[in-house]
Design a protein around this ligand. Sequence first.
Ligand code: F6R
Length: 260
Amino acid sequence: MEVVILSGADEIASLAADVFVALLSRKPDAVVGLATGSSPLGVYASLIERHSAGDVSFVGVKAFLLDEYVGLPAEHPQRYRSVIGEVIEQHVDFAPGAVRGPDGNAADLPAACARYEAAIAAAGGVDVQLLGIGTDGHVGFNEPGSSLSSRTRVKTLTSQTRADNARFFPAAADVPRHVLTQGLGTISDARHLLLVATGLGKAAAVRAMVEGPVSAFCPASVLQLHQHVTVLLDDDAASSLALGDYYRETYAHKPAWQGL
Ligand code: F6R
């Protein structure tokens, strides 16, 4: 796991966008994994700018969302499939149908989850998966207790996650309890995991993910088992790390040819 501590959200967004631009320049038909929530917004803004500048095209790219609320109507602004349209899809040149998410309105949710897994596999698997982390250590919506080898399925949100996400809804009670999420096994199949986190509110979860035991109690700790993980943090999110100075020193002296 490579931990990179940067000066702030802008630098994180720009470096994360570099990862996607580099991927799409060497593999224009790549498969990317997209996250929602606040953390990736700067990354998407940076990618939109790079697209406008002619540096990157998504025309041959397929994208898969990490997760979706169950039961939000198609026109609901917080449906993740709609959010991703607003924050990136409509501003770049994805082909129609290239961006997919799990169907939180399916009559048969387990069947929809199985179809989603099959679609990711049929696309050849995810090249770079963008991730945020929840204050309780979730990635995707894999809440504490999630099997480290889980696949896409229905999960129940913790009250902590529902409270964290209440800012997106008119009232806290409006946050759905149930979600569909790629499993930790599904996420771990991606070839490169790129996690971004900012702010003091994420510091404890980041410490547990990076330096704690690998445990279903902190689902993000499964990233310790993956061969290619990049964690981009600001000083606040990194503030509880025991080896923060070492991560800074390592990145400062990293040979440029290594890339991320
Ligand atoms: C969203 C997702 C979640 C968020 C996490 C952090 O698709 O998978 O794991 O990344 O809840 O959310 P923010 O970035 O809003 O703090």
